[in-house]
Design a protein around this ligand. Structure first.
Ligand code: MN
Length: 716
């Protein structure tokens, strides 16, 4: 255990302005408060806060943080009060101790379901003062270091998984690599002792086999650099078992290469020296292609900067080398905590300064929009474990996104409004689909429209939590509205068709009989197909529908000439993909005669009235509803029409066809060649058009071309 004077000296070593008197008083206060309490190890309890304070001093944190480390358990576990602490140590320490105490209380009631909620509060607390999180992380680190003393295995496992899932990723996100590595490895010991033992054993073997290879390489690197006139500190450090284990899993292979287990670091004094060092290293040993990364000019979002490269070294093994300045090295090891060593004055300025902590605000934004803790944890876990891509806005701002991100993610990362109104994207100057996966260095310009709204289909391809939660929120809100709107229309028409009026009284009666709380609940249930319109009428007038299951069935075109009846439900204004879906078999277009088929829980699928697929619904007439396009005014939406085309196999034919389609304002959304012979191509083309008339124009234009053999609209 650190003695009082050792701790004070340790702090004074890096912070000469630290309040020595306050540190001494805090040490004594904590010792008195914890008195004879002991830990599970049998050690006096007081050793814990002292060790936590020591860890914080290793991070070179300010005096208030060290004092908070000493006092962090006194309010929760002893007779000490927050008021008393404030009185003796001032409001700043009072606030910090309060924050840590609150987090510890959350931890005590931590059950699996509570985890995400705790995490949420943890973040909320840290967003006020990041030092609260730093003390909490130091507390967790010491508890993990002493975890083997805890008697109950299930408690050890719970603490270890919580560390792996929540605290280690948090440490990483604030750039505290060394802390993150140690937390993960300590958790690994508990969670997968067999795997860890095998990694440790293999490491031991490699070390024996290679002799003193690491020292030899360090000396060789140092000598080579010295000969080039570069003064550098070279460190060769074995990676931790957990990080080796992760690499093995990622590559799905065992580890043999030195570069899998040791990272060499070259620390120099200036940025130009970094590049000079790189030049010497690359000039001396052959490089391994594709392994060079310049995080100096493009730092990671957590502030990490370094040059990474891998070369075939002096003994022909792969060497992974990280080149950085002293300051970068400190930040790489201590992350946000390192800012205290470099920035004097108000420590909270480091917390609030700029984009480095933008992810905190982003997470908070997700919290506000997420439906529940599970959804939130899913988002954050997703984001924390993925690699990143860096893209540029037209103004040159760097936007960091997880790998696999699309222009929609980019748009939401720029601003919620930009995401909500995006309709297209230019990537490096070219129009590209919104589902395009972005790559490092892409310049992305978002095309926006004021009338646009998030599309439910985006959810299938976005990868950022921010975009997904925003789209989900929109869809959730919108979906019920759509079901209500559709259900209301269905119910009203069912009443009229049965010869009644859907008065408020009748609707209320139907709600009572069918067990729905409000008319909107009833309409939503009808809209999504759980209750039929006929059943709603039957609830009020049982005699009207008895023995007439076909009542309310849509008038089928083949039987009455296909005129949409007066009772047809207009589908305009409903967003495809929510309450209304367009069938993939017949691709109905505005102008087609159509019918709706109700699917429980999904709403209505629209088919053309002559679609062959309708046969399978002959036996369930209650699922049919009359629907009609509403043709007033301009329909902004485009629909996909599908055509079968046979063209002669000549050079340039495909080009001519796409030109013809484009000239008629059609947009090819998909093209598939189904048959290719020496003289002809058969293909299926999906064309986005306004309506049937529009598609007919496109077809006519294609037919007029001499190299086009036949064009037919596809029904299947
Ligand atoms: Mn503690």
């Amino acid at each position: 255990m650190l003695r009082q004077y050792e701790l004070v000296e340790k702090v004074r070593d890096y912070d000469t302005s630290a309040d020595e008197d306050a540190l001494n008083r805090a040490y004594v206060f904590s010792m008195m408060a914890h008195g004879h309490q002991t830990r599970e190890s049998g050690d006096p309890y007081f050793s814990h806060p002292v060790e936590v304070a020591g860890i914080l001093a290793d991070m070179r944190l300010d005096g208030a943080s060290i004092i908070t480390g000493l006092l962090h358990d006194t309010v929760e576990d002893t007779d000490a009060t927050l008021e008393g602490i404030e009185e003796q140590f001032g409001p700043e320490v009072g606030r910090l101790v309060d924050g840590v105490t609150k987090l510890s209380r959350l931890e005590l009631q931590s059950e699996n379901t509570k985890q995400a909620e705790n995490f949420r509060k943890l973040l909320l607390a840290m967003s006020e003062d990041i030092r609260v999180l730093l003390v909490k992380l130091a507390d967790r680190l010491h508890n993990m270091r002493t975890l083997h003393h805890v008697a109950k295995p299930e408690k050890r496992v719970r603490t270890a998984s919580e560390t792996m899932e929540i605290y280690a990723p948090l440490a990483e996100r604030i750039g505290m690599q060394a802390l993150k590595d140690e937390l993960e490895d300590l958790a690994f010991i508990e969670l997968n002792p067999t795997a860890r033992a095998s990694v440790v054993e293999r490491l031991r073997y490699l070390r024996e086999e290679g002799g003193d290879m690491i020292t030899r390489i360090v000396e060789r690197l140092q000598k080579t650099l010295a000969e080039a006139g570069i003064e550098a500190e070279v460190i060769g450090r074995e990676k931790r078992p957990y990080s080796i284990w992760r690499t093995m899993q990622r590559k799905n292979v065992g580890f043999e290469q030195l570069s899998d287990i040791v990272a060499f670091r070259v620390v120099v004094d200036t940025i130009p020296r970094c590049y000079e060092t790189l030049g010497v290293v690359h000039g001396t040993w052959p490089t391994v292609p594709g392994r060079f990364k310049d995080y100096i000019s493009t730092p990671k979002p957590n502030g990490y900067r370094s040059i990474h490269t891998t070369v075939y070294g002096p003994e022909h093994q792969r060497l992974e080398i990280q080149i950085r300045t002293r300051e970068m090295h400190e930040i790489a090891e201590f992350g946000v905590a390192a800012h205290w060593s470099y920035k004097s004055g108000d420590p909270t300025s480091a917390v609030r300064d700029g984009r480095q902590y933008r992810w905190v605000r982003e997470l908070l934004e997700i919290l506000e929009h997420a439906a529940g803790p599970e959804e939130f944890l899913e988002h954050t876990k997703l984001e924390m474990f993925q690699d990143q891509v860096f893209c540029f806005s037209p103004r040159g701002d760097i936007i960091a996104l997880p790998r696999g991100a699309t222009p929609v993610d980019f748009a939401y990362a720029v601003h919620t409004d930009v995401g909500d109104t995006c309709v297209g994207a230019k990537i490096n100057g070219q129009i590209k689909p919104l589902r395009t996966i972005l790559e490092n260095g892409d310049q992305v310009e978002i095309v926006r429209s004021n009338v646009a709204a998030p599309s439910p289909t985006w959810e299938q391809f976005v990868v950022t939590g921010k975009a997904r939660s925003r789209i989900r929120r929109f869809v959730r809100g919108k979906e019920r509205d759509e079901y209500i709107q559709l259900g209301k229309a269905i119910v009203e028409r069912a009443f009229v068709q049965a010869g009644f009026e859907s008065t408020r009284k009748a609707i209320r009666r139907a709600c009572e009989v069918l067990g729905e709380k409000t008319p909107d609940d009833l309409f939503a249930a009808v809209g999504d197909g759980r209750i039929t319109g006929t059943a709603a009428v039957g609830a009020v007038y049982p005699e009207a529908v008895e023995g007439k299951p076909g009542k309310g069935k849509a008038t089928r075109g083949k039987k009455d000439g296909g005129s949409a009846g007066d009772h047809a439900i207009p589908i305009r204004g409903l967003i495809p993909g929510m309450a209304v879906h367009f069938a993939n078999c017949c691709h109905p277009l505005p102008g087609d005669r159509i019918v709706g088929i109700v699917t429980t829980g999904k709403g209505v699928t629209i088919h053309t009235i002559d679609c062959d697929m309708l046969q399978q619904f002959e036996a369930t007439p209650e699922r049919w509803i009359d629907v009609a396009w509403t043709v007033d005014g301009e329909t902004a939406e485009l629909h996909v029409g599908r055509i079968h085309v046979t063209v002669s196999n000549e050079p340039g034919t495909l080009g001519t066809m796409s030109t013809l389609i484009a000239r008629n304002n059609g947009n090819i959304s998909n093209l598939k060649i189904t048959n290719r012979s020496t003289d002809f191509f058969d293909m299926v083309i999906d064309v986005e058009v306004r309506d049937v008339k529009h598609l007919t124009n496109v077809i006519a234009a294609l037919r007029a071309n001499p190299s086009v053999n036949s064009v037919e609209r596809s029904r299947l």
